[in-house]
Write a protein that binds this ligand. Structure first.
Ligand code: TYD
Ligand code: MG
Length: 468
């Protein structure tokens, strides 16, 4: 008789309790506990993986010098925006979680990866991709892959949700790459909980992880995101995988950003930019041009700055709208930039420059859905606000680079040369930088205007009102 154990598991964080509780003591979520029943069978049955896959030396400690190093060559997915985010390609045996809102393009991206991997394999080494879907029928996958040009004999599809059968398929097909779409639909039949519950997700992911780690192919797991924006169910899932990628973007816009939030094989600051088109996702090679393409350069409240996303400078537009408030507590809204930072910059403008922002609603927005995390963009945010408040446009040929301190002083930023070069490439002719920033560059056609404080910067960039 298999032994059954009943427990209650928080569906947000995976915290377990023997009783039902209304509020999770771990993550403070309300009403997140759900009953889950686990049937304990023979311990080996739950893994569901034949013992033969384990290499003979598995688990035995070895001298570090004998551990296989770089010999495990990464292979390119063929989509350079993705390869860069991954840190230079796919590592054998890696478990990569791709999260994102429904409809954002996760299945499309993975189908395109399959297409490129197939296209890049040589006759000597045929690379096959196994696409396992619990979301769509094989016919639907075929329709999509035909549209994307991925329908070839080396693209294998299976409509399956049982994790043990999935592992069996991987074992018999021996593909070069596996996609599981999605981890929320997979289930382990030895657990009684429904697919999508934390126990199921955790169990299935760890079974797949064990397989990948013991010499199996790299696996992409697709994961859904909840309304709150975190991966459905599991923080636990993020701990189990090597890399967590988020595919973000506004469904009303065609641009998509792929971002690594965890990466055991590379940095997490690289982003990949795509555009969703009729024939799938296209890589965006010149993101600065795209992000600035809809700018109304003559309008007040628009400032351009360069932010570093990993090794790449990216020009972005910051917009501010300052409007008379009819509320006791004027509204402050920030999209793409931290609200606390905006509040601080508003206080600097109020106290050091004397702008009466306390009676105004202030909205700050970063165009194109980019999120800023660097203080180097402070000066642009500050100038966008000042520009709209004064109703004087900012010189459209001018880029703003600087951190703003509490005293209203403008501070230097890192990698200023790279940022200015990108601005020059995009046709900007002036750069406002901090007095202390001394970029070693000449002859690139950008006039450097050095400022000490926010007031200097305002005098340098705000055009007279009648010129706007
Ligand atoms: P999909 O990859 O199914 O999203 P997810 O797997 O993240 O839920 O993509 C869904 C959207 O993408 C859908 O609204 C249609 C659009 N799309 C295109 O615009 N062009 C294409 O070539 C494809 C395949 C999809
Ligand atoms: Mg999908």
């Amino acid at each position: 008789m298999p032994k059954t154990v009943t427990k209650f598991v928080c569906q947000s964080c995976g915290h377990e309790s023997p009783r039902w509780v209304g509020k999770c003591p771990e993550c403070n979520d309300w009403n997140s506990f759900q009953e889950e029943v686990q049937v304990h069978q023979k311990p080996s049955a739950s893994a569901g993986r034949p013992a033969t896959i384990l290499p003979a030396h598995s688990g035995r400690p070895v001298p570090i010098t004998q551990v296989a190093g770089q010999s495990e060559a990464r292979f390119a997915s063929g989509i350079s925006e993705l390869d860069r985010v991954l840190g230079g390609g796919i590592v054998p045996g890696a478990l990569i979680l791709v999260g994102g809102d429904p409809g954002i393009g996760k299945s499309t991206l993975m189908t395109q990866v399959a297409q490129r991997v197939n296209a890049h394999s040589s006759d000597a080494e045929q690379k096959t991709v196994l696409y396992i879907s619990g979301e769509e029928s094989a016919t639907q996958i075929r329709l999509r892959s035909e549209r994307l040009g991925a329908a070839t004999d080396t693209f294998l599809v299976a409509n399956e949700t049982d994790v043990n059968i999935i592992l069996h398929h991987i074992e018999t097909c021996r593909p070069s790459l596996v996609v599981v779409d999605s981890i929320q639909t997979t289930y382990d039949s030895s657990l009684e909980s429904a697919p999508g519950t934390v126990s199921q997700i955790r169990n299935c992911a760890s079974a797949i992880a064990r397989y990948a780690k013991s010499g199996g192919p790299p696996v992409f797991l697709i994961g859904h995101v909840t309304k709150e924006g975190s991966l459905a169910g599991p923080r636990v899932l993020e701990h189990m995988v090597d890399t967590v990628l988020y595919f973000e973007g506004d469904r009303n816009h065609s641009y998509r950003i792929l971002r690594a939030v965890k990466n055991r094989f590379g940095s997490t600051d690289e982003i990949g930019i795509f555009e969703m088109k009729e024939a799938g996702l296209a890589e965006v090679e010149n993101p600065s041009a795209v992000l600035l393409s809809e700018r109304r350069a003559d309008a007040s409240g628009s400032a351009v700055t360069a932010t570093m996303e990993g090794t790449r400078p990216l020009l972005i537009e910051i917009q501010a709208l300052v409007a008379r408030s009819f509320l006791t507590n004027p509204r402050r809204t920030a999209t793409g930039v931290e609200l606390n930072r905006v509040n601080m910059l508003l206080a600097v403008l109020e106290k050091r420059i004397g702008l009466r922002l306390g009676e105004q609603d202030v909205y700050v927005n970063v165009a194109g859905g980019v999120r800023l995390s660097e203080p180097a963009t402070d000066l642009a945010v500050t100038m966008a606000i000042a520009s709209n408040y004064r109703d004087q446009a900012i010189d459209p040929n001018c880029i703003l680079l600087g951190e703003v301190g509490l005293g209203g002083e403008v501070r230097s930023v890192t990698q200023v040369e790279k940022r200015i070069r990108e601005a020059a490439r995009m046709g900007f002719t002036k750069a406002i930088i901090a007095n202390h920033n001394a970029p070693r560059m000449s002859g690139i056609g950008v006039e450097l205007i050095k400022v000490n404080n926010v007031l200097d910067a305002m005098q340098a960039v705000l055009l007279p009102a009648n010129e706007k």
